[in-house]
Design a protein around this ligand. Structure first.
Ligand SMILES: [Zn+2]
Length: 114
């Protein structure tokens, strides 16, 4: 009798711990995605700066490495979004890219989604 009561209590605790664990994993994933999006926007900015100065100096911009980094980050972002598994999307008014409904910025062009 006593044992069963403890066993039930243990089950309740285990279930709570599991829920807490997945909540932590979820917020960690959201944090990772925010960081990834931040870095992606930073890379877009770098690309813009590199292109600007190349134009000003009438040179070919050396952007291959930046483009490659951006492509990699975009893939990473897509995976993080998929990992978070939120279904509905919002269309970017600038580039028509599909974004998750709770996105603040477009993952394609970095434009704010309002
Ligand atoms: Zn966009």
């Amino acid at each position: 009798m006593e044992y069963d009561a403890w066993s039930d209590l243990r089950k309740v605790f285990d279930a709570a711990a599991e829920k807490t664990g997945s909540a932590i994993a979820y917020s960690r994933l959201r944090l990772e995605r925010a960081k990834c999006l931040n870095r992606l926007n930073g890379l877009y900015e770098e690309l813009g700066r590199a292109s600007y100065f190349a134009l000003v100096r009438s040179r070919e911009p050396d952007t291959a490495s930046l483009v490659e980094q951006i492509t990699r980050k975009r893939r990473e972002l897509e995976e993080l979004c998929a990992g978070l598994g939120e279904g509905s999307t919002v269309t970017c008014p600038f580039c028509a890219g599909q974004n998750r409904s709770d996105s603040t910025y477009c993952a394609d062009c970095g434009a704010p989604l309002t």
